[in-house]
Write a protein that binds this ligand. Sequence first.
Ligand code: COA
Length: 160
Amino acid sequence: MKKALYSGSFDPMTNGHLDIITRASKMFDKLIVGVIHNPNKVPLFTPEERVEMIKKLINDLPNVQVDCFTGLLADYVNAKKFNAVVRGLRATTDFEYEIQMAQMNAKLFNPGIESVFLMTSPEYSFISSSVIKEVVALNGKVDGLVPPVVLKEIKKKFSK
Ligand code: COA
C-alpha cells in the first residue's frame, strides 16, 4: 500500500490545496493531510480549528485523512512509514524553496521515500492562505478560491 503525506500550515485550507489533495488522492492508496505549525508564521486558526475544517472538506475522499504533528517533517514521515511527501508548485518562485527543502529532506528521509511535486492548477496559481485572509479582512471577494465553510470561519474570526 502506497501512503503519502501532504503537509502544510493550511491556515486556512484553500481550493488550491484541495485541488492538490484531490489529485494526489488518486495517485496513492492513502493520503494524510498533515497540519503543522510553522514557527515563522503567526496563525489565524489553531491547529485544532484547522483540523476540524479540513475534516469537513475531505469528507467525500475516502482514502484521505487529516493529522497534526510538530517538529521535523522527516521524523514524522520516517516514523509513520510514508512512501512519499506531496508538494504543490504554484510558480517558478516556489521552485527555489522547494528544491532546498526536498534535498534537505532527502538527506533526512529513510531510503526510498520520495518528494513528489504536482503543478498547481492555473486557476489557483496566484493564491496563498495569507492573500486570502488579507482580501477577506478588507471585505474583498474570494469566491471560488476557498470552500464556503472556510470563508465562513475566516469571516467569523475577523468579526471578533
Ligand atoms: N494552493 C494554494 N496555496 C498554496 C498551495 C496551493 N497548491 N501550495 C502552497 N500554498 C500556499 C500556502 O497556503 C502558504 O501560504 P501562506 O504563506 O500564506 O501561509 C504558502 O503557499 C507556502 O506554502 P508551504 O510552502 O506549504 O508553507 P507551509 O508553511 O504551509 O508549510 C512546511 C511548510 C510546514 C511543509 C515546512 O515548513 C516544514 O516541513 N516544516 C517542518 C519543519 C521541518 O521539517 N523543517 C525542515 C524542512 S527541510
